[in-house]
Design a protein around this ligand. Structure first.
Ligand code: ADP
Ligand code: ASP
Ligand code: MG
Length: 407
């Protein structure tokens, strides 16, 4: 007997018909004698619709009330799925985030899970029940409902898996695995059989929406075997592990892309000892996530620092900079919108020094201007015009022969 966490995303529970299929799939596992905890998302596009309703009423809705609102989506699914299971003869019980005792930090809309008191889930499992938990939500120390950020149900699943010492965690979704790039937009994208946690973490952080980055972090930290597979077919999917043994010949294993990037540049008249730390500490205090940072100090030119952020953080960043201008001591600031980030990821890069050069060369041949660059041992990211984002993604997918993987 194994203990398994099964997570089903929005599309997979998008109708009562699909919920019934999910229930059947779960019963296929309980029939094998496994203990099952299920984590579900809101049905279909429910979360998007709730966001739209809120924005209809306020351009900047209260974050607390947003969590109150968005958490309702998952609550609908847990009740319906549990009803379906009971109707089919499977004992089951649904829990919201707070009933499952998923404690998070006190941050609305993007909270981190801090602790899970598993006693209630353990008790239900002992009673032979399938435990159905609402993804994406938790509760803080003051009893306030929090949510984990868009796509956060994946993180609920892996965190529960780690806390309950599950043997594996399976993420069932509308694709049958992790692909070399988003198969919805890149025609030649191929399914990968295996991927390391580190590669997946980079891809997820760099825009591949198939997994929530924190879910991958949890899986890595707890050594939790994690797979991504289809809720509609029996295909084995993609397995995440420490060190892949398949597709070892691939230097680059994936291309990720992210639209809506903004570049800000801050100029100083005088050299700015310590100012760099001041800017980024101030932005961090306001929870502004800064990505790529480029500092330039050249003889004869005004020193400057450029950094990239997501467009959603733009208004707040400007406001923070403006209201702290004296303390930060800068003279000029400007920005460039309409940018995107395209990244190549693969652990093989560590031992293949020419990869970045090959990437830049291909982008040059495609006539795509590179505005910023950032590298790590296993990835290279470039900031380029948003209008070139898909062209660059497809060109790099081709450049590193990703469409030729045997499947
Ligand atoms: P769910 O609702 O099940 O959580 P998501 O929409 O969050 O599903 O994630 C699945 C989607 O992720 C796919 O439909 C696909 O378009 C997108 N995606 C982005 N990058 C990749 C990738 N590299 N491999 C597979 N899917 C990807
Ligand atoms: N329902 C939430 C969202 O759409 C969480 C999730 O699906 O993972 O972002
Ligand atoms: Mg998702």
């Amino acid at each position: 007997m194994s203990r398994i966490v099964m997570k089903f995303g929005g599309t997979s529970v998008g109708s009562t018909e699909r919920i019934r299929n999910v229930a059947k799939r779960i019963m296929g596992e309980t029939a094998k004698g496994h203990e099952i905890v299920v984590v579900v998302s809101a049905m279909g596009k429910t979360t998007d619709e709730l966001v739209r309703l809120a924005e209809d009423l306020s351009a900047e809705p209260s974050k607390r009330e947003m969590d109150m609102l968005l958490s309702t989506g998952e609550q609908v699914t847990i009740a319906l799925l549990t009803m379906a299971l009971i109707h089919m003869g499977q004992e089951a019980v649904s829990f919201t985030g707070w009933q499952a005792r998923i404690e998070t930090e006190s941050v609305h809309r993007n909270a981190r899970i801090e602790f899970i008191d598993t006693s209630r889930m353990e008790q239900a499992l002992k009673e032979g029940k399938v435990v159905v938990v609402a993804g994406f939500q938790g509760v803080d120390a003051a009893g306030e409902i929090t949510t984990l950020g868009r796509g956060g149900s994946d993180t609920t699943a892996v965190a529960i898996g780690a806390s309950l010492h599950a043997d594996q965690c399976d993420i069932y979704t509308d694709v049958d695995g992790v692909y070399t790039s988003d198969p919805r937009f890149v025609e030649g994208a191929r399914k990968l059989q295996e991927l390391s946690y580190d590669e997946m973490l980079e891809l997820a952080n760099l825009g591949a929406g198939v997994l929530h980055p924190r879910a991958v972090e949890f899986a890595k930290n707890f050594g939790m075997p994690l797979s991504v597979r289809s809720s509609l077919t029996e295909e084995p999917g993609t397995v995440l592990l420490e060190e892949p043994t398949m597709e070892k010949n691939l230097v680059v294993r994936g291309v990720a892309f992210e639209p809506e990037i903004v570049r800000l540049t801050i100029g100083y008249k005088v050299p700015f000892n310590g100012s760099l730390a001041k800017i980024f500490t101030t932005l961090a205090k306001h929870h502004v996530n800064v990505d790529i940072i480029v500092q330039s100090i050249m003889d004869g030119t005004q020193p400057s620092v450029s950094f990239s952020i997501k467009k959603v953080d733009f208004a707040e960043t400007i406001q923070v900079l403006e209201s702290n201008k004296d303390e930060l001591g800068y003279q000029s600031s400007n920005f460039e919108v309409g940018l995107s980030k395209v990244s190549i990821v693969g652990s093989g890069m560590v031992s293949n020094p020419g990869v970045a050069a090959q990437m830049f060369d291909r982008l040059r041949k495609e006539g795509i201007p590179v505005k910023m660059v950032s590298t790590s041992e296993i990835k290279v990211s470039v900031v380029i015009p948003e209008s070139d984002m898909m062209k660059a993604t497809n060109a790099l997918h081709d450049e590193f022969n990703l469409a030729s993987i045997r499947v």
